[in-house]
Every structure is written in structure tokens, then in C-alpha cells.
Design a binder for this molecule. Structure first.
Ligand SMILES: NC(=O)c1ccc[n+]([C@@H]2O[C@H](COP(=O)([O-])OP(=O)(O)OC[C@H]3O[C@@H](n4cnc5c(N)ncnc54)[C@H](OP(=O)(O)O)[C@@H]3O)[C@@H](O)[C@H]2O)c1
Length: 168
């Protein structure tokens, strides 16, 4: 296992969620999310799990919670460290390369220091919300890929998917 990544969609003002939901409809970004995470271990907080409503198919679902200890179709851990440690061992067992942290705000904030890859969907809007992605100093990162998408009937805003590797 070499990579621990964040995959997240954030607005220009760092909003990622509102009322335990996404603040936008971006069908194309959901497809990107599905493609990027398929066949990987994904780690999420309990609220993100509840917002999605089910374990995501074709991915190994890890949920972090101190209030829930069992979810059918997912592994539940009472600490982030416990989830990461188990995921690393499982990656070795399954010969996987990457653990993807998929949110939400608590998980992103508490794991940014251990990530070495960011896959950021930068949504071109200022929007109200109640959950934020932490401020990241992008001088510690180098952009390795970027692709832009235009607003249309299935996508509320223009957005760019940018991938970064950590350089320090
Ligand atoms: N835009 C995006 O890319 C994106 C991605 C994911 C989520 N979201 C949005 O983000 C929002 C949800 O995020 P959130 O920050 O409210 O919640 P969250 O991070 O998904 O989940 C928080 C919960 O995770 C558990 N948890 C967190 N840290 C823990 C720790 N150190 N040890 C044990 N358990 C821990 C706790 O569950 P218990 O209370 O059960 O103990 C906590 O209440 C939603 O609006 C969702 O739509 C957006």
C-alpha cells in the first residue's frame, strides 16, 4: 500500500456539505467518484455513511463511528487510527495500492496530515454550507493532472478535477 488519498468536491469557499447532503447536483463528478473509488478501500465518517445510505458497491467500505458498531456490508471502527491501520493491512493482503478517504469534514480534517494524494473536484461557486474542507497549503503539493467540465442540465456548476501528489 503506497497511497492514502482524499477524494472530495469543494466549493471556492471550501464548502463540502449542507444538511448532511451534498450542496449541488454534479452527475459527472459522481461518475468520476465512482470510477476513482471502485475496487479500493474507502473510509468514511458515520454521517457520510448515513448521507449515502448504503455501503457503496464494488468497494470495501470502512465506516468510523463511536455510536454504531455494526453495519451490514461495511467494516466499522471506533477510531480513525484503527480504520487506517486495518485498511493498510488489508491492502497488503489484497495487493491494493490505495486507501481513499471519502469524507466528511471530520475525517478530512483529522487525516490531511497522513494523506499523500488529493483528488479535488473544485466546484466553481460560492455556496452556503455547514461542513467545510480544511485549508490546504498547495505549495506542499504538486498538481499531476487536471480536467475541467462545464455546467449543463446534469451539472449545476462548472468544475475542475485536479489531482495532487504531496511533495513535502
Ligand atoms: N463534497 C464532498 O466531497 C463530500 C464528501 C463526503 C461528505 N460530504 C458531506 O459532508 C457532510 C458529512 O460530514 P461531517 O463532517 O458532518 O461528518 P463525517 O465526517 O462524515 O462523520 C462524522 C462522524 O464520524 C465519526 N467520527 C469522526 N471522527 C471520529 C473519530 N476520530 N473516532 C471515531 N469516530 C469518529 C463520528 O460518528 P459517531 O457520531 O457515530 O460517533 C462522527 O459524528 C455531509 O453533508 C456530506 O454530504 C461531502
Amino acid at each position: 500500500m503506497k497511497i492514502i488519498s482524499h477524494v472530495v468536491a469543494l466549493s471556492n469557499n471550501n464548502v463540502i456539505g449542507v444538511n448532511n447532503d451534498l450542496p449541488w447536483n454534479l452527475k459527472r463528478d459522481l461518475l468520476h467518484f465512482k470510477e476513482y473509488t471502485t475496487n479500493k478501500i474507502i473510509i468514511m465518517g458515520r454521517k457520510t455513511y448515513e448521507s449515502i445510505g448504503r455501503p457503496l458497491p464494488n468497494r470495501i467500505n470502512y465506516v468510523v463511528s463511536r455510536t454504531i458498531d455494526k453495519i451490514e456490508g461495511a467494516f466499522v471502527f471506533d477510531s480513525i487510527d484503527g480504520a487506517i491501520c486495518d485498511a493498510k493491512a488489508y491492502c497488503v493482503e489484497l495487493n491494493l495500492e490505495e486507501i481513499v478517504i471519502i469524507g466528511g469534514g471530520f475525517l478530512f480534517r483529522d487525516t490531511i496530515s497522513i494523506t499523500n494524494k488529493l483528488v479535488l473536484t473544485k466546484v466553481d461557486c460560492e455556496i452556503d454550507g455547514d461542513v467545510f474542507y480544511p485549508e490546504v497549503d498547495l505549495t506542499d503539493w504538486t498538481e499531476i493532472d487536471s480536467k475541467s467540465f462545464m455546467k449543463d442540465s446534469d451539472n449545476d456548476f462548472n468544475f475542475t478535477v485536479s489531482t495532487y501528489d504531496r511533495v513535502r
